[in-house]
Design a protein around this ligand. Structure first.
Ligand code: FDA
Length: 408
């Protein structure tokens, strides 16, 4: 039995944050739109985001909050659909929200409110849903333009039907959390059309360390310190959390998006003090180093850190007054510049995002359309634009979805 054939102005693959935003905008312009997703539950990533409260945007979003092969690429879309525009949508739906810190906006209730709002907006403009549904093949009809009367650019073959369309929007997101539906389909479609994809790796992710280097720190799993973590010019000051496998917490998640395998991270354990000044103040004191540092850092951390650091520097544990000047200098240097080399990340299973994606050189920054394949669009996380932690990734999904939605 042959499968039904239909025509839609716009086929969007991936009914997540970016896909739904694009559908709403295209629908408002009177386009016939179908959203296809292989998941049976709508927008699971939105549901689990922000600890269940969805950090849906950041008031202070700028291009500097994004990592991309072309740091300017995101500017145009971010300027045309701003955090304020999304806030206006939230307020129109009466969703109450609050700022947690640093401009990060969360729902007072639950992330389900955002999903319901987007679903409702889609319904209001007549979007069709096809989910769960698997994409079997995408045929490029524009390469077959000899056929007279062929208006469509693509034929999307699913297990249920064949849909011809002028505009194909790929909004399949990244590779993180495969257990709730992440797949590599977006990158595979890019490959099929000869669209370059930059190298992919997990971002906003916990870091792990080799057993011998970090064995002592396992015992302080659960302890958090306020530190500044730096890598190659990028630097974040927030909590660093010790876990049973390594490090996590906001400062580590942020730096993980920059960090490259095999390279060291630098931690300033006393970002608000000068260790040398502290030592100068206690120069004649018989206080032991860990006891002195415990006035500035959590005691359990200090005990473990001092034991490991002093062993590495081959310096004995003794009262401050007994240290030589050069020993104190070395200790101070280690406090402000503790170098650690992670052995890896905890991977896509736990990462919040995928770094890398569709090469921005391949796309129009105004419309997200492929420069070489007319009618093919990539939006959201599948593109090589990754936000910092704090609501920036959703803002990119809204802004890029909006940009494509104006032209599809
Ligand atoms: P998204 O992943 O939302 O949607 C992609 C859709 O494509 C999914 O519905 C998927 O099922 C579908 N799909 C995939 N493969 C397919 C296939 N082969 N066929 C059909 N459909 C397919 N960001 C933020 O700004 N604030 C936050 O609070 C958080 N919190 C957070 C927590 C956790 C645990 C994670 C993992 C991530 C976050 N994020 C976040 C990141 C944020 O969720 C993410 O960047 C956006 O959801 C990306 O939106 P997209 O629409 O691009 O992809």
């Amino acid at each position: 039995m042959s499968l039904p054939k239909l025509y839609k102005d716009v086929v969007i693959v991936g009914a997540g944050a970016a896909g739904m935003m694009c559908a709403i905008e295209a629908g408002k312009r009177g386009r016939s739109v179908i959203l296809i997703d292989h998941a049976s539950k709508l927008a699971e990533k939105i549901r689990i985001s922000g600890g269940g409260r969805c950090n849906f945007t950041n008031r202070y979003t700028t291009a500097e909050n994004f990592i991309s092969g072309n740091p300017h690429f995101c500017r145009s879309a971010l300027a045309r659909f701003t955090p304020q525009d999304f806030i206006a949508l939230i307020e129109k739906h009466g969703i109450r929200y609050h700022e947690k810190k640093l401009g990060q906006l969360f729902c007072d209730g639950s992330s389900q409110q955002i999903i319901d709002m987007l679903h409702g907006e889609c319904t209001a403009v007549g979007i069709e849903w096809q989910m769960p549904s698997t994409i079997k093949e995408i045929v490029n009809l524009s390469s077959d333009r000899k056929k007279p009367g062929t208006e469509s650019n693509f034929s999307v073959i699913t297990e249920r039907n064949t849909i011809e369309t002028k505009s194909l929007v790929i909004a399949t997101g990244g590779l993180s959390i495969p257990q709730i539906g992440a797949s590599a389909l977006g990158y595979q479609i890019a490959n099929q059309f000869g669209v370059r994809v930059t190298p992919l790796r997990p971002g906003l992710v916990g870091l792990i360390f080799s057993a011998d280097e970090f064995s002592a720190f396992k015992e302080i799993s659960g302890v958090a310190i306020d530190a500044e973590v730096s890598y190659n010019g990028a630097s974040f000051r927030e909590n660093v959390l010790f876990t049973h496998r390594g490090l996590s917490g906001p400062a580590i998640l942020q730096i993980s998006s920059y960090w490259q395998l095999g390279k060291p991270l630098h931690l300033n354990l006393l970002p608000q003090q000068h260790a040398q000044q502290i030592f100068l103040l206690y120069r004649r004191s018989a206080v032991l180093l860990p006891n002195l540092l415990a006035r500035y850092l959590p005691k359990r951390f200090v005990q473990t850190w001092c034991t490991s650091m002093l062993a590495r520097l081959a310096i004995a544990a003794k009262p401050i007054c007994d240290y030589r000047e050069n020993e104190l200098l070395l200790i101070a240097d280690n406090l402000h510049n503790w170098q650690i080399i992670p052995s890896g990340t905890i991977g896509y299973k736990k990462a919040e995002v995928t770094i890398g994606g569709i090469d921005t050189l391949e796309l129009s920054s105004k419309t997200m359309e492929s420069k070489h394949t007319p009618g093919l669009f990539f939006i959201g996380e599948v593109v090589d634009v990754t936000g910092h932690l704090g609501g920036f990734n959703f803002q990119w999904a809204w802004s890029s979805g909006y940009a494509a939605g104006q032209v599809v």
